[in-house]
Design a protein. Structure first.
Length: 65
């Protein structure tokens, strides 16, 4: 009796996540984030949000834009 392998939506999502992980690891090996972080910190003063919670780091905001 032959087994049939079915691919689930979860399998497809996990495969995409692996591709992204490899891509971001490659980016992290190329870019010196510490230098960029120093430049951002010169111009971005991290404070607290309107509801008195810690604000996001400037580097994180840079990476998501």
């Amino acid at each position: 009796m032959n087994k049939i392998e079915l691919t689930s939506f979860a399998d497809l999502a996990a495969d995409k996540r692996k591709v992204k992980e490899v891509f971001f690891n490659q980016i992290n090996s190329i870019i010196d984030w510490e230098k960029i972080d120093k430049l951002i910190k010169r111009h971005y003063n991290k404070g607290v949000s309107a509801v008195n919670r810690p604000s996001y780091s400037g580097l994180l905001l840079f990476k998501i834009t």
